[in-house]
Write a protein that binds this ligand. Structure first.
Ligand code: OGA
Ligand code: MN
Length: 282
């Protein structure tokens, strides 16, 4: 099997190369890729140019596929990819995509373990904007001073779609604002996630509204400081998309966001997700 991984930055990211594309579609490759995603948080497959059928095949090989959101056009199909686009002919709910402009984790406010990984294929790369940034919350937690780690012990945050869309709430047409903000569940998660492996990451980002048992302003300020800490260059990575690029990231140990882009760029990403195996545990 000829798949190679090359570090992009010290704490985050590997670039993948291969001799034969077919080498990526085997159970052995899936094991190696999954292990690497856990180790390096983000894997970039430059210009792989997956078809939907191939993306679904890789997704299934890596772990059970999970469907995160309803596909909004007519041929809603469980086996489909989700099209991340601001084009309202394809996605009549652009506010969900506008919410991706802010640091978040996927699937934090739904009734299942957070997805292990998100997979994005770039179909149309924007000329301006639209890069995706990733911040490792494994590396960020590890890098905290000991007294700050100790202060986080036992703390839980309350997560909601309402909180994650608060930066864009006033841009949502009033007639369906309440319905959109009310999507999803209100969920409490420990801020520090101790995984089965023993490693620790943080569950933070815009879904995190406040800290249980703390004054709202102090808790919110803490959550924002943690997100800023995680986003510092040492722990984060920005990917500028070329058409055909494919990226997989560990959604249980990273926040991500899109750099704002205009719908006139035509930016189009195809997304799938892999089911999580662990609920967030302290
Ligand atoms: C998403 C997401 C980021 C991007 O689809 O969940 O956050 O760059 N996408 O499109
Ligand atoms: Mn996302």
């Amino acid at each position: 099997m000829a798949i190679r991984f090359e570090d992009i930055k010290e704490h985050i990211g590997s670039r993948v190369s291969w001799d034969d594309r077919a080498d990526l579609f085997t159970p052995e490759a899936a094991r190696a890729i999954r292990e690497k995603v856990e180790e390096r948080t983000v894997l970039v497959f430059p210009r792989l140019g997956l078809t939907d059928e191939e993306q679904l095949r890789i997704t299934q090989l890596l772990g059970p596929k999970v469907r995160l959101t309803n596909k909004t056009n007519v041929q809603a199909n469980d086996e489909d990819v989700y099209q991340v686009t601001l084009d309202e002919r394809i996605n009549p709910q652009p506010e969900y995509v506008l919410g991706t402009f802010f640091w978040h984790m996927d699937g934090i406010t739904v009734d299942m373990p957070p997805p292990f990984a998100t997979l994005l294929s770039c179909r149309i790369a924007p000329a301006i904007g639209g890069e995706t940034e990733f911040a490792s919350t494994y590396a960020a937690y590890e890098g905290l001073p000991d007294e700050e780690k100790a202060a986080l012990e036992g703390l839980k945050a309350v997560h909601s779609v309402r909180a994650s869309l608060s930066p864009i709430a006033d841009a949502i047409p009033e007639k369906h604002r309440e319905r959109v903000l009310g999507i999803g569940l209100i969920k409490e998660h420990p801020i520090v996630w101790t995984h089965g492996s023993g490693r620790k990451s943080m569950v933070i980002g815009t879904t995190a509204d406040h800290v249980v048992g703390m004054d709202v302003p102090a808790g919110r300020a803490l959550l924002i400081r943690l997100a800023e800490w995680a986003a510092q260059p040492a722990f984060s990575l920005r990917h500028k998309w070329s058409e055909g690029d494919f990226v997989i990231w560990d959604n249980t140990g990273a926040m991500h966001r899109a750099i704002p882009y205009d719908k006139s760029t035509g930016r189009m990403m195809h997304r799938t997700s892999i089911a999580g195996t662990e609920t967030v545990a302290a």
